[in-house]
Design a protein around this ligand. Structure first.
Ligand code: ATP
Ligand code: MG
Length: 654
């Protein structure tokens, strides 16, 4: 197979980036070596980045053996996450902005919340929770728009030791009630409506519907956002502003064990039924803080913007916990990238003088499809680091990000990680690691990736390797269990390959030791005995100038076992013709090789995605197989009508 896509040009960090960076290449090598040779020493030192009430004496006690899986970090230390994210900054940066809130409507005023104001808001919020009977260890579901009160709610829970479970505001009443019931929540915090892209989602009324299936006695706390009309149920529902009336903003932070749960969060549901991932207090926070500082090369005074929603782990670790633990200024954005038009992200970067910008390939591809001119009007000169997360980034989209947004001078960090991992696992570091478009590059400190043979499970020792991505030892940000189902936790992550954490992703390691995520293991295509990840073929398609997005899946093929079925979304204004279809087939054949030539290309005006923007190949596989009866769990699907359209087109093709 030709190797063009996988042997691209190295992008070395610029002199400027290197000079500013927390770590250069020598520091990375030295710290990485120490982190894996002496994890206790390394993490004991990193643990000091937090303020402890009782300092820990034990650092690491972890076991990946099936039947006895147990993960504990800093276990005898005590601390409070809200204290670490707020109180300890007051003496030195009380008047510094902690949160910049950019509302959905570009004409509405942005808010700057200082650390002192944050302290007061969170203290009041925490006292409201107490007044409503929420106690340490209780679960609280947060179903909120991207407004500062969502962060206050999370931090208020952390302050009193309640466990939050944030549910993305785009989820339906059913998805909400399943998550409320799943963790037996005492309280749901919501808002009247969630404005997004110029439209209001009726959150409160969704929550009302969800409550029809929630246990009796669950309470609701409602934040006023839009002022839209809602119905309040007497005795069950309360307005935040009424509850806060006259309440003290002084709420002492609860002393929490390092291994007490901080939050539960469901995975995106790309591959199956979402899992309620549990993260705890000390290890998670230390890991979120350290990755935020190093991966984004965050320095005091920088303005950091992660465009994710707080409903995803990315929002937890890189809008709220990591940045605030580091005393950063973090941007919270209520809107979407394409409303009122495709210049919005770049307008916001200019307006708030953003230094680090972190988004997902789905947004980059969508904006690339709209044309370069949307970015050209904005002053992007403050940008110092660009980041991406969520899916493999196609080299073509990477190059676009680099050229059109970074103007060729801003390093890109492609961060591979999962809800389960709490923070970045494989990523470049701006001043230390030269990048290759489409590769997540090298492991973060303390992370020991291994490539396993998918059949035998043996570790492939050779540098150049292709197989299943697993992790050999624990890191502090690792999930501890699945809420209420430790056995499912062990079965999902530790049963297939004994002694390793199994990521579910396939990968390839090149001769320089760089990692390339090739897609989900479940999505691997087997054409005439050749195993192929989805990312490579998709990237070849996206590399064609007419294509903005592509998804490939395997489908039954009489001769080859599996054939390649490609769904292709074209750039705005490009016409879908038979000639183009032939051209794309020839193009992939030339870019990768005859084996990768799609057997069938279907035009796709849109692709089925999770609410977090990831392509759901399991649904595309069903459509390619002509099997429409059992699409599996579709509760996390963003736009169900996309699926109907694809099915209709598929049936018309016969
Ligand atoms: P579920 O586990 O429910 O199927 P999910 O895996 O999409 O959902 P997340 O935890 O949000 O849930 O996503 C993690 C996955 O996203 C990774 O396992 C990987 O497949 C993909 N991913 C994340 N970042 C990257 C990246 N930089 N490069 C390639 N893939 C990535
Ligand atoms: Mg997953």
């Amino acid at each position: 197979m030709k190797d063009q896509l996988m042997t691209p040009q190295l992008h070395e960090p610029s002199e400027e980036t290197r000079a500013r960076a927390h770590a250069d290449r020598a520091a990375y090598d030295r710290m990485y070596a120490q982190s894996v040779q002496d994890p206790e020493g390394f993490w004991s030192e990193q643990g000091q980045r937090l303020d402890w009430i009782t300092p820990f004496s034990k650092v690491k006690d972890t076991n990946f053996d099936l039947g006895r899986v147990s993960i504990k970090w800093f276990e005898d230390g005590t601390l409070n996450v809200a204290q670490n994210c707020i109180d300890r900054h007051l003496a030195t940066r009380g008047d510094q902005t902690a949160i910049i809130w950019e509302p959905d409507d570009p004409k509405a005023e942005a808010q700057h919340v200082s650390y002192r104001q944050l302290h007061s808001h969170v203290g009041k919020f925490a006292n409201v929770l107490k007044k409503m009977g929420v106690e340490k260890g209780d679960r609280v579901v947060i179903y909120m728009p991207m407004i500062p009160q969502a962060a206050y709610a999370m931090l208020a829970c952390a302050r009193i030791g309640a466990i939050h479970s944030v549910v993305f505001a785009g989820f339906s009443p059913d998805a909400l009630s399943a998550r409320v019931t799943g963790c037996d929540a005492k309280l749901v915090i919501t808002a009247d409506e969630a404005p997004r892209g110029g439209r209001n989602t009726p959150l409160k009324s969704n929550a009302d519907k969800a409550f029809e299936k929630c246990p009796e006695g669950t309470q609701m706390l409602v934040v006023r956002r839009s002022g839209g009309a809602v119905e309040m149920v007497e005795g069950r529902d309360h307005w935040l502003h009424e509850m806060e009336d006259g309440i003290s903003d002084d709420c002492p932070a609860e002393e929490m064990g390092a291994e007490d749960p901080l939050f539960i969060l469901y995975t995106s549901g790309s591959t199956g039924q979402p899992k309620g991932v549990v993260h705890t207090t000390g290890g998670y926070l230390a890991y979120a803080a350290m990755t935020h500082q190093y991966t984004f090369d965050y320095h005091d005074g920088d303005v950091f913007w992660c465009t994710a929603d707080v409903g995803w782990v990315t929002g937890h670790s890189y809008i709220v916990y990591g940045p605030l633990a580091n005393g950063a200024t973090t941007v919270m954005f209520e809107g979407v990238p394409t409303w009122p038009d495709a210049s919005r992200f770049w307008q916001v970067c200019e307006k708030h003088k953003v230094n680090q910008f972190y988004t997902a390939p789905t947004a980059i591809r969508a904006l690339m499809g709209k044309g370069d001119h949307w970015a050209e009007g904005a002053d992007l000169s403050t940008l110092k680091v660009l980041g991406t997360v969520g899916e493999p980034i196609n080299p073509e989209a990477w190059e676009w990000y680099d050229r059109v947004i970074g103007k060729g001078r801003v390093p890109i960090v492609d961060t591979w990680w999962q809800t389960e991992t709490g923070g970045h696992m494989i990523t470049s570091l701006p001043g230390a690691i030269a990048t290759k478009p489409g590769s997540a590059t090298l492991p973060f400190f303390g992370v020991q990736p291994v490539v396993l043979d998918p059949q035998s499970g043996a570790v492939i020792e050779k540098t150049e390797a292709e197989g299943v991505l697993a992790i050999a030892d624990s890191w502090p940000g690792q999930m501890r269990t699945i809420w209420g189902d430790h056995d499912r936790f062990e079965q999902t992550y530790f049963s297939q390959y004994k002694g390793y954490y199994f990521s579910g992703d396939g990968c390839r390691r090149d001769g320089d030791g760089y990692y390339w995520i090739t897609g989900r293991v479940d999505d691997v295509i087997n054409v005439s005995g050749h195993r192929m990840g989805t990312a490579e073929v998709e990237s070849a398609l996206v590399a064609h100038k007419a294509v903005s997005e592509a998804a490939v899946v395997g489908y039954p093929h009489e001769i080859k076992g599996q054939g390649i079925y490609a769904y292709v979304t074209l750039m705005e204004g490009v016409e879908a013709t038979e000639a183009l279809r032939n051209e794309l087939e020839a193009w992939v054949r030339q870019e990768i090789g005859p084996i990768a030539k799609p057997d069938c290309i279907q035009w796709a005006p849109g692709l089925p995605k999770t609410r977090s923007g990831k392509i759901m190949r399991r649904i595309l596989r069903k459509i390619a197989e002509n099997d429409y009866g059992s699409l599996g769990d579709t509760s996390t699907l963003a736009e169900p009508q996309v699926v109907e359209e694809l099915i209709e087109n598929r049936m018309n093709r016969g």
